[in-house]
Write a protein that binds this ligand. Sequence first.
Ligand code: DC
Length: 223
Amino acid sequence: MKTRIAIDGPAGAGKSTVARAVAKKLGLAYLDTGAMYRAVTLAALRKKANLYDNKVLESLTAGLVIDIKSAEDGQNIIYLNGEDVTAAIRLPEVSRHVSIVARCAEVREILVQKQKEIGRRGNIVMDGRDIGTNVMPDAEYKIFLTASLEERARRRMFELREKGEHIELEQMIKEIEARDKIDTERECSPLRQADDAILVDTTNMTIAEVVDKIVDIVAGRKD
Ligand code: DC
């Protein structure tokens, strides 16, 4: 039997960290689909492309080779036309623009097709915004991870500080709020909880607790 776990939710809910840990515990592959939108955004910014021109974004995306490999620790290593861009796609400049690129239906079509192909192989944890609703609507397990806006902003702020980037909480809240708005209000596959997804609010939970909860759900211990 295939095990496909879809983890969706807003920015800063802990999806990537949790998804990676769940994959490791259960011996499954892991795909961070947000990294693919980030890779396209990085390429578009480098080309100084107009992020509001769908045709420009479409031809740019069609011409890119995005490869994803797994590191020892399970983290995804992202290659853009052969270049390792794993660190570059996390730069604040990319984070600030990625929601605009992810709105583009033509970009989504190209990336979703690739994600669906990977999903069909099974035994995978995939995280994103539309995994349970669109990429793997028939996934065996669907989790919708969320947390309060302030907590999500706080997490992102600490993550950036660890990388030496200082940003005030107030500004982080505004940035996350702006991304939430674009991600949930866009026309094409907006972020929403699938009807059959289990909601997990991580505001007052540790990463280990969230991971255990999902592993329990998969093991059928609770729902
Ligand atoms: O999870 P993340 O912060 O790396 O996601 C980056 C952006 O990509 C985010 O603004 C939403 C978008 N995204 C999406 O629209 N669909 C996905 N499956 C994954 C990410």
